[in-house]
Design a binder for this molecule. Structure first.
Ligand code: Z5A
Length: 256
C-alpha cells in the first residue's frame, strides 16, 4: 500500500454491511475540539496488517466519521503510516534495519536504538502534529512491536525497552491496538509467498515464537488498549471483526 498518504478517493468495492449499524445520534463535535486518535495494528509477520489497514481505511472514508460530504465528520482526515519507515529519515532507517547493505551483524542494542530513532522521528515529526489537527491515524506497528521483537525476541532488558519507548514517544500511547493474532508458521508462509525475506523474517522459528508470546502477554496485560482479532480467517471476515471493534470505539470517542 502507499504509505503516509491521505486516501482521497472512495473506491467502489466498499464493505457496506457493518457501516449501516453506525450510530447516527452523535454529538456535533468539530475536529478543532476533538483530539485525533491513534489506532495501531500489531502482529507477527504476514498477519495481514497491511491488507487490513488498507481495507479499514477504505471503509472509514465512506462512513460519517470521516466522509467530508457529512456536515461534521469526527476526524479531519485519516492517515495510514508505519514503523519503521513512516518518515523520510525513517525510510532510510528501515532500509538499514531490514535490508542492510553490509554483512556486518547488526548488534541487538543497535537494532533497538535504530527502532527508537525511527519512532522518535515519527512521533514528533508526524504523529503528534497530525493528532493535534484531529486526524485518525492507522499505524502499522508501534511500541508493542519493540517489546515483542526486541524484548521477547532478542531478549533485551525490559526496563531498558520501556525507557526507550518512553523517550521516543514522549508518552504518546495508542488509543486502540488491534492485535492480529495468527499462528507464526502460517504468517511466515504468507509473508514468504511474496518473495525475498528481510533480515528479521530470516530469524529462527524460536525467535518468532517468542515474539508471538510477547504479543500474547501484552494483550493479557493491557486488555482495555489491546483487542485481539482472529487473523486466521479469510481477509473479509478479519475486516468485519475490526469494523465491529472500531464502531464501538468510535461511538465511545464521539461521546467523550
Ligand atoms: N520491528 C521490530 O523488530 N521492532 C519494532 O519496534 C518495530 C518493528 C516497529 C517490519 O517489517 C519489521 O520490523 C518486522 C518487525 C520489526 N519484522 N519483520 N520482518 P515489515 O513492516 O516489512 O513487515 P511486517 O510488519 O512483518 O509486515 P508484513 O510481513 O508485510 O505482513 P503484514 O503487513 O502483517 O501482512 P500483509 O502484507 O497484509 O499480508 C501478507 C500476505 O498474506 C499477503 O500476500 C496477503 O495478501 C496475504 N493475506 C493477508 N491477509 C490474509 C488472510 N486473512 N488470509 C490469507 N492471506 C492473507
Amino acid at each position: 500500500m502507499s504509505r503516509n498518504t491521505q486516501f482521497e478517493t472512495v473506491p467502489e468495492d466498499l464493505p457496506k454491511d457493518l457501516s449501516e449499524d453506525l450510530p447516527r445520534d452523535l454529538p456535533r463535535n468539530s475536529f478543532e475540539k476533538q483530539p485525533g486518535r491513534l489506532v495501531v495494528f500489531e502482529g507477527v509477520e504476514g498477519s495481514g496488517k497491511t491488507t487490513q489497514i488498507k481495507a479499514v481505511h477504505t471503509w472509514l472514508m465512506e462512513t460519517h466519521w470521516l466522509n467530508n460530504r457529512q456536515e461534521s465528520p469526527l476526524f479531519s482526515q485519516c492517515v495510514a503510516t508505519r514503523e519503521p519507515g513512516g518518515t523520510g529519515l525513517g525510510q532510510q532507517l528501515r532500509q538499514l534495519l531490514l535490508h542492510p547493505a553490509s554483512d556486518e551483524p547488526l548488534q541487538d542494542r543497535t537494532e533497538l536504538l535504530l527502532y527508537a530513532a525511527d519512532r522518535a522521528q515519527h512521533v514528533a515529526g508526524m504523529l503528534k502534529p497530525l493528532l493535534a489537527q484531529g486526524a485518525l491515524i492507522l499505524c502499522d506497528r508501534y511500541t508493542d512491536s519493540t517489546i515483542a521483537y526486541q524484548g521477547y525476541g532478542r531478549q533485551l532488558d525490559r526496563p531498558l525497552i520501556d525507557q526507550l519507548n518512553q523517550i521516543a514517544t514522549g508518552g504518546l500511547q495508542s488509543d486502540l491496538t488491534l492485535w492480529l493474532d495468527l499462528d507464526v508458521e502460517l504468517g511466515l508462509a504468507r509473508a514468504q509467498r511474496r518473495g525475498s525475506r528481510d533480515r528479521i523474517e530470516q530469524a529462527t522459528i524460536e525467535f518468532h515464537h517468542r515474539v508471538q508470546q510477547g504479543f500474547t502477554d501484552l494483550a493479557k496485560t493491557f486488555p482495555a488498549r489491546i483487542v485481539r482479532i482472529d487473523a486466521s480467517q479469510p481477509s473479509e471476515q478479519v475486516t468485519q471483526q475490526i469494523q465491529t471493534v472500531l464502531i464501538d470505539r468510535l461511538g465511545k470517542w464521539a461521546k467523550e
